[in-house]
Structure formats: C-alpha cells, structure tokens
Design a protein around this ligand. Structure first.
Ligand SMILES: [Zn+2]
Ligand SMILES: [Zn+2]
Length: 186
C-alpha cells in the first residue's frame, strides 16, 4: 500500500521522525521540476529585463554588432585608398631621393592604419565571444567599461586613417610635381 502522505507531498512525517514507514514509498511517482533560474539581484526569473546590468548587457550586445558592421564598411571604403596612397607616397619619395627615414615613416604609417583596423576587428570579435561565454555576468560596471572601451578605440583607429587620408589626399598633387622634378633631374 502506497503511503498517502508521501504520494501527496513527497515527504512523510512518520519516515522523517522515526526513520521508517510501514507503507510503500514508490520513487517514481514524483517528477523533479527544474528550479527556475532567477536574477540574483531582483530575483525575477531570468532574464529579468529590469536590472541595470541586464540593460547594459543588452546595449553592449547590439553595440558590438553595430560597431562590427561599421568597422567592416569603413575598412572597405577607406583602407584600400590609404594603402594605395602610402605606396604612391613611398614611390614618390624614392624618386625624389628622399632620406630613408622619411620613406620608412610613410610606409609605417600605412601599415599602422591597417593594423589599427585589423586589431579593432579582432577585439570586437573577442568581446562578442566573451558575451556568449559569460551570459551570467551581472556586473554592470564591466559592461559599461567594455562599451566605453569600444567607443574610444574604434574612434582612435578610424581617426588614424582619416588623418592619413586627409594629409595624403591633399599632398597628392604636390607629390606628383615632386615626382616630375625628380625625373627631370635624371
Ligand atoms: Zn510513509
Ligand atoms: Zn534583475
């Protein structure tokens, strides 16, 4: 005979106070229900959509996506030109017999522009992976810091390219003149 109390509640008073019960306690009548995961801050079921960390996390997730897309289109639009101008300037400097330090500087600047953009792309991917791996993180300050870091560093990488383009585009004509003079001397 099945113990009525055990069948109803999963807990038998007789068993708990005497260590045994003459009635049957079948082990397959109760199904175990998974405890609902709850937000450790407000205790609402996860995701709570309410606490500060949740909002900052959601913001960072879409922010990373947006910055990845922005970096990709910025790269496609500007990097080929900056690298081509760096090559052109380097060649012009060679023809004009400029000092090697000056030529190296031009080359280095072009390379730095590319490295800066590549690096930001890698780092955005890393933050993306971190977000996937740390879905339980409820540290709002950490999300805030990462968002701030992205804003600053994407700007920095774009700025380097913008500056080089601005300077080199303006000097293109001047370089071509120098190039002509260089040829004339030969
Ligand atoms: Zn019992
Ligand atoms: Zn919450």
């Amino acid at each position: 005979m099945v113990c009525a109390r055990f069948a109803a509640t999963g807990c038998c008073k007789t068993f708990n106070s005497h260590g045994h019960c003459s009635l049957h306690h079948p082990l397959n009548i109760h199904s175990i229900i998974q405890v609902t995961a709850r937000c450790p801050i407000c205790s609402l079921p996860k995701p709570c959509a309410k606490c500060d960390y949740y909002k900052r996390r959601a913001h960072l997730v879409s922010f990373v996506e947006a910055k990845k897309a922005e970096t990709c289109s910025y790269k496609n639009a500007n990097l080929p030109e900056v690298l081509a101008l760096a090559d052109k300037k380097f060649e012009a400097a060679t023809r004009a017999h400029q000092k090697s330090e000056l030529k190296d500087k031009v080359k280095e600047r072009g390379v730095n522009c590319k490295t800066g953009i590549d690096k930001i792309e890698t780092q955005l991917d890393q933050i993306d992976k971190w977000l996937t791996k740390n879905s339980d993180c409820n540290d709002s300050e950490l999300y805030k810091a990462k968002t701030k870091w992205i804003t600053k560093n994407v700007e920095k990488a774009f700025y380097a390219v913008d500056r080089a383009l601005e300077e080199w585009r303006g000097r293109r004509e001047k370089d071509e003149e120098e190039e002509k003079k260089g040829r004339g001397r030969k």
